[in-house]
Design a protein around this ligand. Sequence first.
Ligand code: GTP
Ligand code: MG
Length: 231
Amino acid sequence: ALVRRTVFVTGAVNMKGCPTPDRGEVAFIGRSNVGKSSLVNMLTNRKSLAFTSKTPGKTQQFNFFAVNDKPDLERQIRFGDDVPGSKDRDSFYIVDLPGFGFAKVPQKQRQQWSDFMEEYFNSRETLKVVFHLIDARHGPTDEDAKIMQKVGDILDSKRTQYVVILTKADKNVKGADSEKNPGKVSKSVLEKLTETMKAHRVGYAPIVLTSAQTRLGRDEVWKYLRLAAEA
Ligand code: GTP
Ligand code: MG
């Protein structure tokens, strides 16, 4: 099994709040409601490790989850099974970020998250992979394009792998019966995506189609998680 045990470690609102960078790490970014937290649950085989919601703006901090965390027997007895232990050989952190682009989150808060993300990208030396989630039905928005710009500027020079994930591939897309053909994405969305990526110097990045519901794309995403686990 790729994943044995995953525990919530901490929610951070600034660099000081992040756990000690003692293992590889991957981050999930994208618009509010695109399915970041749902994908984290799917990848770790958990129902509600990361909290999800129909309403955008659910995740409010940079939530760190330790995958393949080593249980600490003494702490387990004292505090229960769901507490962080220590670093196992193939342990890594998954970081679930607050979404961007949700109008109801106050501007000040959004700016704070955006500043934190930039600083995090710039200075988190254990960050191995950044997954940028985009809704498979809609393709990239202006805000997604801005994020690609940032990624092109920052991550490129840091050898952090950047991966685009198209989410909710189980949902119906125009011109494709996704009930019968799960994992369809329309040609126009794919074209717009690749154009936007090229225009922002991230045309090299892989694109993975996923569904938290059907578990489509799980193995493909795990290929990149392994980069962090082996770091
Ligand atoms: P924020 O925390 O607000 O940034 O949102 P998020 O990106 O973490 O989204 P979340 O995982 O909370 O999912 C938002 C909604 O989309 C929930 O109602 C999920 O059930 C739904 N959802 C997420 N992934 C999928 C998917 O692959 N298929 C379907 N059908 N629904 C999904
Ligand atoms: Mg979330």
